[in-house]
Design a protein around this ligand. Structure first.
Ligand code: SF4
Length: 448
């Protein structure tokens, strides 16, 4: 096999007739990928995830951790649960909250996960059921204006997708999502069957990102056959690609935003940062590239995706350079990101908090990490902002009792380490209290 070019271009377009059109002009590509760094980062994190090394020890992925009790023994029910579980996994929601909510929803009202029943429901019935779950798990009602827990974000869209997709599932696929995947050669072929932009039997609210998540779960539970898959391209994956300069593209000055909502107005302190807008086109380019890349380099997308996700979610989120500070209103309510961390003062020990936990000492891919990308601007305005250069913590103690930090099993916990199996009942359920108790024992930490 010939060795791949260092920089790979995303889906270069060919002339339609396939012939060269005179002298070749150098085409400007908006998105490039550094194949060598990608392979180094992906293969390292793939191994770390598969072997649950270091800080990943005993972590159980959320689709296992939050599985409704006993559902794995009934494949029809499991597939229905996964299908509806994918619906709220959009936008800036917390995936743990979404899983916890949907688990409670299923356990209290499983009929809402039967597409034959759901297709005949009206939106009000679903909203009523959703609010009842929110009231139960949020001790009398969730904080959001809509009082609908995870569904508060885009509630009307989620409910519409719940009904329409149930109908499509019944009418086109006999109520069984596994049929979508019958004899497909790869992810793209499966997606083409349900893409609402290409056919009338599409699933609404399910673009490549969400559908790839559903596909990955289905493969992991052996509900469908294995075929080439992309990575799951959410905020955490994109952050990893940008921090390591695997994804290379043009950033633009952020500037002011155009909103009528006074709570969402971008503060002037943010205008001069350079930023990259996360569009569906960009996500699709990464998805398409990642599938080809993983296939070509014999990487397992499931393991790479989890390695990237947990690295960003647990470690990068706690790196000081990725922190942001939100603007507060007079009544102390938080609004949007106002300040990021300046890299310059981090060059000396005095620029860091006294009790800084240094999550990066546990990171297996620290050497290629060059840029700080905080999460605040993404969740506020859908943009990835460069806060500055990545800075190594100057106060780092290299080893503890002769052992490298990276090699200490389960050595870093954050509030986001919820899928931690300290004692197992076989499927990872029912141990949240253990995990929380474990977190409570940890030292203070800093995260975005
Ligand atoms: S060095 Fe730190 S910020 Fe960079 S990838 Fe590793 S954990 Fe994340």
């Amino acid at each position: 096999m010939s060795s791949p070019a260092k920089i790979e271009e995303s889906s270069p377009a060919l002339p339609e007739n396939g012939k060269a059109l005179g002298p070749v002009r150098k085409k400007k590509f908006a998105v490039r990928f550094d194949a060598e760094v990608a392979f180094e980062v992906f293969s390292t994190l793939e191994d770390w995830w598969r072997e649950r090394r270091g800080y990943l020890a005993k972590i159980v992925p959320p689709h296992h951790y939050y599985l409704p009790r006993g559902i794995e023994r009934n494949s029809t029910e499991l597939c229905r649960w996964l299908f509806f579980m994918a619906i709220p996994m959009r936008g800036g929601i917390n995936s743990d909250d979404a899983f916890r909510f949907m688990k409670a929803f299923y356990e209290s009202a499983p009929e809402f996960f039967d597409p034959h029943v759901v297709q005949k429901k009206n939106p009000d019935e679903i909203m009523y059921a959703v609010r009842a779950v929110a009231g139960a798990i949020h001790n009398g009602g969730s904080k959001g204006r809509k009082k609908a827990g995870t569904f508060s974000y885009k509630m009307e869209e989620h409910v519409a997708a719940w009904i329409v997709n149930a109908r499509v599932l019944v009418e086109r696929w006999g109520g069984d999502v596994r049929k979508v995947f019958e004899s497909v050669a790869d992810f793209e072929e499966a997606f083409a069957r349900v893409d609402y932009e290409r056919n009338e039997f599409g699933f609404i609210g399910m673009r490549r990102k969400i559908f790839s998540l559903l596909t990955l779960w289905m493969q992991d539970f052996h509900m469908i056959h294995k075929f080439p898959m992309p990575l799951i391209v959410d905020f955490h994956t994109i952050r990893m690609l940008l921090q390591h300069r695997i994804l290379q593209t043009e950033y633009k000055i952020l500037g002011p935003n155009n909103t009528k909502n006074p709570l969402r107005v971008r503060p002037e302190s943010m205008w001069n940062y350079t930023a990259l807008r996360v569009t569906e086109k960009l996500v699709d380019q990464i998805i398409t590239w990642s599938q080809k890349f993983c296939e070509k380099r014999n990487l397992v997308p499931y393991d790479v995706a989890h390695g990237l996700w947990y690295n960003s979610r647990l470690l990068c989120a706690s790196y000081l350079g990725n922190r942001s500070k939100e603007k507060k209103l007079d009544d102390n309510r938080r609004t949007v990101t106002e300040f990021l961390i300046d890299a310059e003062p981090l060059k000396t020990r005095a620029g860091w908090p006294k009790d800084y936990r240094d999550p990066c000492r546990h990171c297996p891919v620290e050497t290629t990490c060059k840029v700080a990308i905080p999460s605040g601007p993404y969740f506020d305005w859908g943009v990835m902002v460069k806060a500055g250069k990545h800075v190594l913590f100057p106060g780092r103690q290299r080893r503890f009792a002769g052992i490298k930090w990276r090699e200490m099993s389960g050595s870093f916990r954050s509030t986001k380490t919820r899928h931690f199996r300290s004692a197992t009942n076989g499927n990872g359920n029912g141990k949240e209290e253990n995990a929380k108790a474990h977190e409570a024992l940890q030292l203070p930490f800093y995260e975005d």
